[in-house]
Every structure is written in structure tokens, then in C-alpha cells.
Design a protein around this ligand. Structure first.
Ligand SMILES: [Zn+2]
Length: 315
């Protein structure tokens, strides 16, 4: 009786020890597995976040590339000045251009990389030389012109169109007081140049570029001007690459090429290069051959802005 009781007791103790062992093993296993799972989850999270950070940094890089300048040389309308006259201010904008993902109306350009050489403020005594270089390389460009009178100027507008390039309106006077002195004056600046260009070339031009760009600091609120343009069937373009030829200080042809190539190497699918066609911008002309070759070497097709292109706009 005593013995049987003792045997029962030790069996019970053995069972208890077994249960205790199982419990300890379960606890140890749990303590190992849970942290491992947490670790795995955290690693995955970190990788995902790292990718997001990389994407954001890439985006930031892209928009940093749009710190640009445009000159505001005022060529007095009605004069056929062969030298730059008027004030010159530098403007800077840090506005990013619209993303490349916008779908343009109508037909789209075939997949590829496109560079747009845009020349502002012309025509000038440099226009014909620019046209000769473009012809040699069989590339087309876009000229955002102002209203200049005189036989020579008239023949330059005609040459731009006859040689297959595109005209854009850059306002008649480029005089900020007139251009941004209210919607009435603005409309007059746009319409009078449109009519002038139509009379000379037969082209009805609805492509537009704001003097100073749409992010200029002269006008408090550009939105009404943009609305007027759109309401009246115009489309405006800014740029996402500045050639640097409007900084106010002399720039060499090589510096212009280097600057543009820097932008090209950012990989824009549509590279809109801001340049100037004025009498004093000789280094812009000089830079053209090397610039065209550098762009083509990077796979860019150089074409005029057309309705299939996606506008690059600061605002
Ligand atoms: Zn301009």
C-alpha cells in the first residue's frame, strides 16, 4: 500500500517534470521564432522604405535641374537694332517642369528622346547663321520671336519658316511693363505679334512663351494670363534646360555646351533648351555644332515643338 502510493507519487512527479520540459521548450521556441519573424518583417520594411527614398531622391534631382534663368533683353519693337538694347535682368526659378507623364492631345510622338532647341527674342543679326548651322545638321528648331520691323527682320522671319522651323510668340515688345500691365495689354502684345507674323509668313502662330518664363518674378499672379492664353487657343512652353546664355555675364561656347549636356545627362525624355537669338549672343551660335553633336550622341532627336509634344511648363 505504502509502496503503491510511493510509485504513484513518483509517476506524478515524472509527468510534472515532462510537462514542465514541454512548457520550457515551447517558451524557448517561441522566444526564438517570434523575434526572427519580427526581424524578417522589419528587413522587408526597411528595403521597401529604402526604395521609396531612392525614388524620391531621383525625383528631387530631376526637379533641381530646373533652376533656370532667362534674360529679359528688351529689343525695342519697331527698331532694327543690331545690338542689344534695354535692360537686362536675371531671373531665377526653381519651379519644376510638369512631369513627362502627361498625355498630349492628339497623336503622340513615337517613343524616344527628343530635344527642342528654342531661341528667344529674335530674329537678330545672328538668325541666318543659326539657320545655316541647323540646316547643315538637318535639325529643326523653335524660335520664340518678338516684333522686329525692317526688311532684314522680315526676311529672317520668312527664312525661319521657309527652312522648316517653328515660330512661337514671345510678345510683340518683350517690354515687361506692357506685357504684364494687365490682361488687355497682354492680349494686345500677343495678338499684334500673331497678326504681324501671319502677314509676313502666312503662319498662324499659337505657340507662346512668356517673357521671363511662366515662373517669372515680375508678375504677381500669372494665372489670369495663363487662363487667357488657354481660353484663346494658345499653348505656352517654358524650358527644363538653360543654356546659360542669359546670365548677364559672358559665357563661352564650351560652357554653353557643358551646361546643356549636364541637363541632357539627367535623362529628360523631352529636353527643352532655352537659348537666345540676339545680336550679342555669338557664343550661342558658336556652341551649336558641338551641342547638336552631343545631343545626338546621347540619343536625342532634335525636332521642333509641335502639337504632339508635351508642354514643359513651370506653372
Ligand atoms: Zn525673352
Amino acid at each position: 500500500m505504502q509502496e503503491a502510493k510511493g510509485a504513484n507519487l513518483s509517476k506524478e512527479r515524472l509527468n510534472r517534470i515532462k510537462r514542465l520540459k514541454k512548457a520550457i521548450i515551447a517558451i524557448v521556441l517561441t522566444m526564438m521564432i517570434v523575434p526572427t519573424i519580427i526581424c524578417i518583417v522589419l528587413v522587408v520594411k526597411v528595403i521597401t522604405l529604402q526604395n521609396e527614398v531612392d525614388d524620391l531622391l531621383a525625383l528631387k534631382d530631376k526637379s533641381d535641374g530646373t533652376v533656370m534663368q532667362e534674360e529679359s533683353t528688351i529689343d525695342v519693337a519697331g527698331s532694327e537694332s543690331e545690338t542689344d538694347t534695354g535692360n537686362r535682368e536675371d531671373e531665377q526659378t526653381t519651379e519644376p517642369p510638369n512631369d513627362d507623364n502627361q498625355t498630349p492631345d492628339g497623336d503622340e510622338l513615337p517613343e524616344g528622346k527628343y530635344a527642342y532647341l528654342t531661341f528667344d527674342d529674335g530674329p537678330s543679326s545672328n538668325t541666318m547663321e543659326i539657320l545655316t548651322i541647323l540646316e547643315k545638321y538637318e535639325v529643326k528648331a523653335t524660335f520664340f520671336v518678338n516684333g522686329h520691323t525692317g526688311d532684314k527682320m522680315v526676311s529672317r522671319y520668312k527664312a525661319i519658316v521657309d527652312m522648316g522651323h517653328k515660330l512661337g510668340i514671345h510678345t510683340y515688345s518683350h517690354d515687361y511693363d506692357k506685357v504684364y500691365g494687365g490682361l488687355d495689354k497682354f492680349a494686345d502684345e500677343v495678338i499684334s505679334l500673331r497678326e504681324y507674323l501671319f502677314n509676313i509668313t502666312g503662319e498662324d502662330v499659337t505657340l507662346f512663351r512668356f517673357p521671363g518664363g511662366s515662373s517669372n518674378t515680375i508678375v504677381d499672379d500669372i494665372k489670369p494670363y495663363i487662363k487667357w492664353l488657354h481660353d484663346n487657343g494658345y499653348e505656352y512652353w517654358d524650358w527644363n534646360a538653360s543654356s546659360g546664355d542669359a546670365t548677364g555675364k559672358p559665357i563661352t561656347a564650351q560652357e554653353i555646351v557643358n551646361l546643356c549636356v549636364e541637363y541632357a545627362d539627367r535623362g529628360y525624355k523631352e529636353l527643352v533648351i532655352l537659348m537666345h537669338d540676339t545680336a550679342s549672343k555669338d557664343s550661342t551660335v558658336e556652341a551649336l555644332p558641338a551641342l547638336i553633336e552631343a545631343l545626338q550622341a546621347r540619343g536625342y532627336e532634335i525636332i521642333t515643338i509641335d502639337e504632339r509634344s508635351t508642354p514643359v511648363q513651370h506653372r
